[in-house]
Ligand binder design. Structure first.
Ligand SMILES: *Cc1c(COP(=O)(O)O)cnc(C)c1O
Length: 388
């Protein structure tokens, strides 16, 4: 069954690359030391961490010291936002800016700072295509703005934000800039100097690495209050015994993602164009959410008038096709996607939208199978709910 599955949910998590697993094996099966121990086994673990930090820094174009390993995307994002906010509050910097389409890790970290720490937050709107307008950021910045956080590419629509432009505005105004770049590796450039960002978050399981390990890039000199207190690991920025196997896997996965980026992008572009064109020509009253140009080729978010996403997901699942309603965190609930609502879709349009996210294992034959079954399934649902 598993090998007949058509997995189109890579934006939720990706399968572990065999080359990554091979790099991790010595630290999973042998003696994995504590990198803080002074003896031989500890030194070997520390060496592996140093090497991994160097590899990650190479891809991001930064110093190894500027890399903080964490438990994943959510932790990196919380550390970035809460860490900077708490560090700058004493200077009267109590205003934060995000965008309306951020992942819940960003939105809920901002909510927390409003509810418990007295901050105020401005959320930037997006246009119909899902993009933030840099002019809106320029007007939203105040003298008391501490940090701006805008994602690099959206996990529900794949829409790419003008990060370098947004970061340049912040730099000019003396405001720190964080980007949730979790969906970017393997598809978009990650050079932090070219992007001009001060903080950047990644998580390994979105680029064929293991689950439960992430990175925060923290530009040298950026003020940060640690959010996990304890030992002196990660230069006192994140306490706790390091996940050595996970970190080794993350570094290997990031290196591979960067190395194969051009080919991966081109291949996925062709597959996702095939999917979009196929759906739009075969299924009446269907549409693409977002933009055709500023889009990750791995994510295709399509809407179908007169259907409920949840019902379509169940029918697809019965045929071994795994897709998603957008953000996994809200699936199972009937709340329409905050991302699609922010783009101006009506609630019923958002609730008739579905995300297919492609990856390394996706083939043309799989896309064609999907294109063969989808018109019938949508048709079936439309006869059940005669409102389309
Ligand atoms: C998956 C994801 C996260 C959360 O990462 P975890 O490793 O699951 O904590 C954050 N932001 C975006 C855009 C994501 O896609």
């Amino acid at each position: 069954m598993i090998d007949r599955l058509i997995y189109l949910d890579h934006a939720a998590t990706t399968p572990l690359d065999q080359r990554v697993l091979a790099a991790m094996m010595p630290f999973l099966t042998g003696m994995s030391g504590n990198a803080s121990s002074i003896h031989y086994v500890g030194r070997a673990a520390l060496q592996a961490l140093d090497d991994a930090r160097e590899q990650v820094a190479q891809v991001l174009g930064c110093q190894p010291k500027e890399i903080v390993f964490t438990s994943g995307g959510s932790e990196s994002i919380n550390l970035a936002i809460k860490g900077v906010a708490m560090a700058l509050r004493a200077q009267g910097k109590t205003h934060l800016i995000g965008s309306a389409i951020e992942h819940h890790a960003v939105l809920h970290a901002l909510d927390y700072l409003v509810e418990y720490e007295g901050f105020t937050v401005t959320l930037l709107p997006v246009d119909r295509s899902g993009r933030v307008n840099p002019a809106d950021l320029a007007t939203a910045i105040r003298p008391e703005t501490a940090l701006v956080s805008v994602m690099y590419a959206n996990n529900e629509t794949g829409i790419i934000q003008p990060i370098a432009e947004l970061a340049a505005i912040c730099r000019e105004r003396g405001v720190l800039f964080h980007t949730d770049a979790v969906q970017a590796p393997g598809q978009l450039p990650l050079d932090v100097q070219a992007l001009g960002v001060d903080l950047l978050s990644l998580t390994a399981h979105k680029f064929y690495g293991p689950q439960g390990v992430g990175v925060l890039y923290l530009r040298r000199g950026t003020p940060l209050v640690p959010q996990i207190n304890g030992g002196a690991q990660e230069r006192r920025r994140r306490a706790g015994t390091e996940n050595v196997a996970g970190i080794v896997g993350l570094a290997k996965a990031l290196e591979i993602a960067e190395c194969e980026r051009g080919d991966y992008f081109t291949r996925l572009r062709a597959l996702s164009d095939r999917l979009i064109d196929g759906v739009l020509t075969r299924i009446p009253h269907s549409w693409l959410n977002g933009d055709r140009v500023y889009r990750l080729p791995s994510i295709v978010n399509l809407g179908f008038a007169g259907i409920e996403t949840e019902s379509l997901l169940l029918l697809l699942d019965q045929r071994g096709i795994c897709a998603s309603s957008g953000s996994a965190c809200t699936s199972g609930s009937l709340e329409p996607s905050h991302v699609l609502l922010a783009m101006g879709l009506a609630p019923h349009e958002a609730n008739g939208s579905i995300r297919f996210s492609l990856g390394r294992q996706t083939t043309e034959a799989q896309i064609d199978t999907l294109l063969d079954v989808l018109p019938d399934l949508v048709g079936q649902l439309r006869t059940l709910t005669p409102c389309g």
